[in-house]
Design a protein around this ligand. Sequence first.
Ligand code: GLP
Length: 279
Amino acid sequence: MLKSSIDKATGFEKRFENIGTVVYADSTSASKSIAEEIASLIKVKQSQRQPCILGLATGSSPKGLYAELVRLHKEEGLSFKNVISFNLDEYYPMEPDSVNSYVRFMQEQLFNHVDILPENCFVPDGTLPKDKIREYCSDYEAKIEALGGIDLQILGIGGNGHIGFNESGSLQNSKTRLVALDHITRVAASGDFSGLENTPRTAITLGVKKIMEAKRVILMAWGESKSNIIKASVEDTVTSHVPASYLQEHDNATFVLDQAAASKLTRINTPWLVEKIVW
Ligand code: GLP
């Protein structure tokens, strides 16, 4: 059913969007604007002599963002010496030097090209014995808490609405844990692993709770293939079926989209539904 509350101040029918969304012409300009926000946060924290705690994501979506952060470091002197980063997730089991490891991804995309201290880069450990994972996950959360929480969390979104590896059905108060991967997620990753049979069935992910506790959350999505799940996350009801929809309940979350990913939002797909109402 269509929502239709009217903003009395402007006369405009309220947007159908329950999360702030910013739409850019393309992912390059969108990634640049996110990099600028991160750079200013890092600098503010530097001026306060404080660490800047970043929650980082993997996947194809943040690659342009990391490239821009590397450029800001190399060409504009942005330092990452006060940055402490926590990655969202890692396949399990996974060796850090494997081609598909998120440790390797982060080193290649960002860490090796900026002056972040290696001891300040945390990525969930895919090499642990199974009986050590629970304790490891609670230590991972304790480290974040001891630093006062995540200042800014970067997210991509899975085709099924997952954030990190919090698949459909993950609870809003879920903790950092070992999870089974959705078949859809494994199929999406199977190209990287040369076939579904080689694709991991499990992963370690930061829980939804720690993501929701981040002071600022930016979710990025590019391309038409994300447009249906973006609409569901932004406009439909909050449901564990689409974990990204939990962000409707975060008071400082923004979805940064390119035009294709935004194309199913009501204001773009059927703009006449959000026209100004004449009284
Ligand atoms: C993986 C990651 C997620 C990421 C998602 C989307 O499942 N664990 O954190 O958001 O992929 O990836 P992409 O950005 O390549 O679409």
